[in-house]
Structure formats: C-alpha cells, structure tokens
Design a protein around this ligand. Structure first.
Ligand code: ADE
Ligand code: ZN
Length: 328
C-alpha cells in the first residue's frame, strides 16, 4: 500500500534541507565550489551524526549565494514535495543563509522565494509559507537580526518565527529577546526542542519562549506531567520520525514515541524535516507509520486536520486548504 496520493499538510521542513543533492551539485559546479566531501558514493549527503549533519548542511548552503539561487531552490523543492501529495507546506527560512541577516538583502531573497512559491501554486497546486528561523548554535546575539528580519517581513508569505540548529547550545531563555520581539509583532511561534534536549528543554521552551508549536518535542515523553501539560495547552508537535531515526534521536521506528504521545492526547503532526538528507519523503513517512504502527487513512486524516489547524497561515488559506483535504 502507498499513501502517495492522499492530500497532506507538512509543517516542518527546512528549505535548504530539502535541496535535492543534484541541485546543490549543479550549483557547486557552476560556482567552482568543491563539495565532494559532503556527498556519499550513492550520490546522497554524507554525515556521521547530528553535529556533522549541521556542518554538511551549512557546507551545502555555501552554494546558495543569491536571490536567484533561492528562487530556483524553492521551485526545485516544491516540484519534489508536490509529487507526494503535499498541498500545503511550511518551511524554515533563515536570514543567516540569505544575506547574513541584513534586512535589505533579506527582502530581495524573500521576494525571489515568494515569486517561486506563487508560480508553484499556479502550476503545481501546492501552497508554501515561510517561517523565519534563527540558528541556535550561532548564539543569542546572532538570532536578533533574524527576529528583526522576521518582524519586518511578517505578512502573506512569512507567517511565523522559530529557531533551529544545535539544541544543546545555551538554554531557551537565552533566546527570549528574539522570541519576545516576534510575539510582540503578533507572529506565531515554534522552536526545535526535545529532539536532543530531553523533557527539561521542552518544558523551558514552553515556559521561556511561549511557543504554540514545538519542532520534534519527542523528548517530552520522559516526563508524564509535561506530556499532560502539552496536551492541556494544545501545543502541537511537529514530529519527524524518519529524521529522528536517521539522526539516531530514537533507535528505531518501533521505539518512536509518536503513538504514546498521541495516545496521551498530544496534538501530533508528521513532517520530513530535511527529506533528501534522511532518504525520506512524505510518502515514505506515511508508509512507515502504516507498516510500523498500522496507521491508516483515518489516522492520516486526523493528523492532516491537526496540522491544518496548527498551520501559521491566514484563515482564508486555511479554509481553501481544508477543501483540498476533503478529497481524501
Ligand atoms: N536544521 C535542519 N534540520 C535540523 C534538525 N533536524 N534539527 C535542528 N536543526 C536543523
Ligand atoms: Zn527541523
């Protein structure tokens, strides 16, 4: 059985992390950048562990040097994603990789991404929204220009603010200035937590950053009171099981806590994170959830409805996308 064609909502992707290896190799060749070290013999990205993954990711990003590169990237990513039935996608975009946090440059990069998103909406029937994302391991000070870029460009395409990167750098409260800035501008918030940091990191992220969604959040499972709090507050988890297995945040699909979290009433959604890095697609994620836990069309309908309810888009978009889910 394959779930390729059922309409899907995907909330947790990183735009650069969705770049097909062939796309990055093409840009590297155009620009004479030697990236041979980051590719495996099968042509995919090669990394040993999470820290090395972040290094390989950033090396791939060195090929992305202009708004035009990001326009092409956005189109290449949406072509791949649309093949798997995704009708609505949110993606993390980082001013740090788009002009180094400079607001004027950021506006140009963003215009190019939005341009591609508009074209893909017409030609591929997929809607893309961006979440401006600070990079945690760049430190709290470097996250402030990212938040400023977020606040200044919050609107139709940029719909939220978040933070990704090395979770074990600092504590969530160290980044409160940036999250406060975004919240005061009315932006919905999400933050990677509990991918590596365990339950305490998730609890502090909720307490100190006031997020309504958590990227991953699986570490919460170790603290039953926290799981109850997440369920009671209606915080949505952006769960990426295939990513967690490949990066070894969990040891196997069978031991992934997604079912336990769902059974405790936590709002669960499913995403790919950085699909080519983890040799996954949304179809693969659904197929594995079916094979491992027996999830079927009804389960997937529920997670897509949960995801749409937690999406950071405007209500007109939400209503339009809801009609597309009805076709399942
Ligand atoms: N950036 C890209 N993928 C990430 C992940 N899985 N965790 C943290 N930062 C990331
Ligand atoms: Zn992520």
């Amino acid at each position: 059985m394959t779930f390729q064609n059922i309409p899907k909502i995907e909330l947790h992707t990183h735009l650069e992390g969705c770049a097909p290896p062939s796309f990055i190799k093409g840009l590297a060749a155009e620009k004479n950048i030697d990236l041979s070290k980051i590719f495996a013999s099968d042509g995919g990205y090669a990394f040993r562990d999470f820290d090395h993954f972040l290094q390989v990711y950033e090396a791939a990003c060195t090929t992305l040097q202009s708004p035009e590169d990001f326009r092409r990237l956005t189109m290449a990513v949406l072509e791949e994603t649309a093949k798997h039935g995704v009708v609505y996608m949110e993606t993390f975009v980082s001013p740090d990789f788009c002009g180094g946090g400079d607001l004027t440059a950021w506006r140009d990069y963003l215009a190019a991404m939005e341009d591609a998103a508009n074209e893909a909406e017409q030609t591929l029937g997929i809607t893309l929204k961006g979440i401006v994302t600070g990079i945690r391991h760049f430190g709290p000070e470097a996250n402030k220009p990212a938040a400023k870029c977020a606040v200044e460009t919050f609107g139709n395409f940029i719909t939220g603010y978040g933070m990704a990167g090395g979770e074990m750098v600092g504590r969530p409260g160290d980044y409160a200035y940036s999250f406060d800035m975004a919240r005061e501008a009315g932006m919905p918030l999400t933050c990677h937590a509990g991918e590596w940091g365990g339950a305490a990191m998730v609890a502090e992220t909720i307490r100190d950053l006031g997020v309504e969604r958590i990227g991953h959040g699986i570490g919460a499972i170790k603290d039953p009171a926290l799981v109850e709090e997440i369920a009671e507050k209606g915080i949505t988890l952006e769960v990426c099981p295939g990513s967690n297995v490949v990066l070894k945040a969990v040891d196997s699909w069978g031991n992934h806590p997604i079912v336990k979290l769902r059974d405790k009433g936590v709002k669960i959604t499913v995403s790919t994170d950085d699909p080519p890095f983890f040799h996954t697609t949304m179809t693969d994620e659904y197929d594995m959830l079916n094979q491992t836990f027996g999830w079927d069309n009804d389960d997937f309908k529920t997670i897509n409805e949960t995801a749409l309810a937690a999406a950071f888009c405007d209500d007109d978009t939400r209503a339009r996308i809801a009609k597309r889910l009805e076709t399942q």
